[in-house]
Write a protein that binds this ligand. Structure first.
Ligand code: C2O
Ligand code: CU
Ligand code: CU
Length: 461
């Protein structure tokens, strides 16, 4: 049997990234370049590869015209390295630099993005994948990262204005009209019959939720938000991926040589589209039968919460438009092309959403008083109740939590996450050990919702 081992890629521990102006090819037709904000001039930013348990040092040099920070989404790191302006560090001023140093305890698929003026900085292109490699990766022929992005372009291919539109902020947030894969309009993905691909999906959208189906294939989920789970096929064959969420898949390419198979996103009812296609080479299959090798990823050193002694907390998510008939439930929304640039009306500073009746707005600043204080090293169960008519991918900095239940039903497959998606009226229970001291953000990762109040701070002391 051929047992491929992916050699450890060129994981180095020293990086420098430079946020600043850049150009991207977001429109078809070869030509038109779009002005973006980018790490190292490119969207997405470079894939940063680190090694589990090995110290990393990343210099960020700000060449934007405004303050920025970098948040290492999903990495359990010291609070001072978390990248929240005001709360965990002073913002990085134009022309200045900041050195992030941390040792990633967990292997997995993570990502990085600014935590300052997030609507524009993320919405204009500042995002990149961060892969922490296992000491011994699972056998696969290729390790592939798909950074998925969503843009709202005007008819000239420029990024449309209107960030922070209040109407949108009270509904689904700024969903765009152009989806990219690794920074360009996705063409075919060339594959060979019989190969096994480890596919890392990262949704860097401001607001777009995706539900991917792989025609003719049976992807197996092996990690959620970087954290290994029991390998399983997604329910109904749909890979649900809300903003900030990641999925690691093992895909055995069992299609026929020479054929094409669509990858379809059908999250929004009536707006299904082909994201990309697997295009098979004409070559004979690499192997006859799927690789007979384990898919289970090695465990990360996550502390197991003690549910007996755990303290319980309730967070009620509130606010937004009461409902919009055709825009709730199954994820329906207006036609993608029908979303205009909006009328302006910045949401910053004015709350539309709240958690337990309180609203923190913006991206992070000094004197955000914690909603709850957790004793260090104790176990906690947090129940989040979505009282709104909208979907919310709720994200906690600094921790991965075990997802215990959804609407009273235990969540299968041993899933841990840092971002959990709540459908309208959903109740979700998560649990974790508060082993990481500091002030940690908890917010919706639909950026319009976050900046308009769906955010709070947990303090661990
Ligand atoms: Cu991707 Cu405050 O997080
Ligand atoms: Cu985060
Ligand atoms: Cu939300």
């Amino acid at each position: 049997m051929v047992r491929p081992t992916l050699g450890l890629a060129a994981a180095v521990s020293d990086y420098k990234i430079t946020p600043g102006p850049g150009r991207a090819r977001l429109k078809g037709g070869g030509g038109s370049n779009t002005d973006v904000w980018a790490y190292d001039g490119d969207v997405p930013g470079p894939v940063i590869r680190l090694r589990q348990g090995k110290p990393a040092r990343i210099v960020v040099e700000n060449r934007l015209q405004e303050d920025t920070t970098v948040h290492w989404h999903g990495i359990r790191l010291p609070n001072a390295m978390d990248g929240v302006p005001g709360l965990t560090q002073p913002p990085i001023k134009p022309g200045e630099r900041f050195v992030y140093e941390f040792t990633p305890p967990d292997a997995g698929t993570f990502w990085y993005h600014p935590h300052a003026n997030s609507l524009q900085q993320l919405g204009r292109g500042l995002a990149g994948a961060l892969v922490v490699e296992e000491a011994e990766p699972v056998p696969a022929d290729r390790d592939v990262v798909w950074v998925l992005g969503d843009w709202r372009l005007d008819s000239d291919g420029n990024i449309a204005p209107g960030f922070g539109n209040r109407m949108e902020a009270a509904m689904s947030g700024r969903v765009g009209n152009t989806v990219t894969l690794n920074g360009t309009l996705p063409g075919d993905q060339n594959v060979r019959a019989g190969e096994r691909i480890r596919l890392r999906l990262v949704n860097t959208s401001l607001a777009r939720i995706m539900a991917l189906r792989f025609e003719g294939h049976r992807p197996v989920i092996v990690a959620v938000d970087g954290q290994p789970c029991d390998p399983h096929e997604p329910e109904g064959g749909r890979l649900l991926l809300a903003p900030a969420m990641r999925l690691d898949l093992i895909v055995d390419m069992q299609g026929e040589p020479g054929r094409r198979y669509a990858v379809i996103d059908d999250y929004y009812d009536g707006l299904a589209y082909d994201l990309t296609s697997f295009a098979y080479a004409g070559q004979a299959p690499l192997r006859k039968n799927p690789l007979d090798a384990p898919m289970r990823l090695p465990r990360n050193p996550l502390p197991e919460p003690d549910l007996q002694s755990a303290k319980r907390h309730e967070l009620a998510l509130q606010g937004g438009m009461p409902s919009m008939g055709n825009m709730t439930g199954g994820g329906k929304m207006q036609g993608m092309g029908g979303m205009s640039g909006g009328t302006g009306g910045m949401a910053h500073g004015r709350a539309i959403w709240s958690i337990n009746g309180t609203s923190m707005t913006g991206d992070g600043h000094a004197d955000m008083l914690p909603l709850v204080t957790l004793m260090r090293d104790s176990s906690h169960v947090v129940t989040m109740r979505n009282e709104t008519a909208w979907w919310h991918p709720m994200h906690l900095h600094g921790f991965s939590f075990r997802v215990l239940s959804r609407n009273g039903v235990p969540v299968p497959h041993n899933q841990w996450a840092d971002t959990v998606l709540l459908a309208p009226k959903d109740t979700v229970e998560v649990a974790f050990v508060a082993d990481n001291p500091g002030d940690w953000m908890l917010h919706c990762h639909v950026t319009d919702h976050q900046t308009a109040g769906l955010m709070t701070v947990l303090r661990v002391t």
